[in-house]
Ligand binder design. Sequence first.
Ligand SMILES: [Zn+2]
Length: 339
Amino acid sequence: MRAAVLSSHGLDGISVIERDEPRPAPGEVLVRVETVGVNQLDLNVIAGRGPGTAARLPRVLGLDPAGIVVALGDGVDPARLDEAVVVKPNIACGACAACAQEREADCPAQTVVGVHRDGGAAEIVAVPAKNAIARGGIPAEIATAAVHSVPIVLNAFETARVAEGDRVLVTGAGGTLGRAATALAAHFGAEVVAASRSVIAASELPEGVVGIAATDAAALRAQLSERHPGGFDVVIDVSGHGPTLGAGVAALAWNGRAVFCAAVSDRTLELDTLDFYLRRKRLIGVASADYAQVRRALDLVAAGAVTPRIGARYPLDEIGRAYRGFAGSPPGKVIIDVS
Ligand SMILES: [Zn+2]
């Protein structure tokens, strides 16, 4: 099979080569891959930095493949053969207290497809059967684009217990996660303000959502207090920018919840601690999703509540070019067409 293999750190360490097909271990399935996405985490693996240092080389890249189940390991339900699936990148340990309560997002021993084990930038990938999630009629590229981002955002909403009519602020609304957060907030009947650095065209926003553009945190604070002097019930921050998150927390109403879910982020956050304490605010970090949330997120995608935008597409042989161009690529999920 053809596979994109990282054999040494750096973009020059990637080559698309022939490799032996993996064999499914007990409890695993083999997926014939149609699409896989390009992610920031891949770039960390390639550079050998941050969370990417967990990868041992050589490593097949690719976190979020979608395709068809073509072989089953021992103990897997035979009905799963030929199923259209998408792979949840984070594999929960299955043995800890969080896993026992099906709160797999909070499992402290998660491993990641394409980091701790070979990934899906290959014609065939082996994954635990539980991580190959049925995608029904969702096209492979849409499932690849949705499987990591939409469940995280859904987890943020469920963790913050967003209810119909809540005032919800999304900061970093222009990016992939921000678009998903804005769409879901509108779908859940919240009163939504979508904030970003540059103006988001009204045609890009769900009906009823107010877009605001602020180039810095001070301007954002001023606009937010003018818009909702009483404050917001929930802030979903995907900007990863400390001062922006600080502005969001400051804009929370009594008992407001701020959820922080950005992979790339500042290391410091300044808060008015007295305000935080007196007004009973909460700040929560969300970095992955429970298995049930992935299934609910895919149901929302299938129902049209949120539709990930597809950006540039490359064939597997040009995956190196996709990684090189990732930082400057136009909006939307970068997709590798494997077959
Ligand atoms: Zn666990």
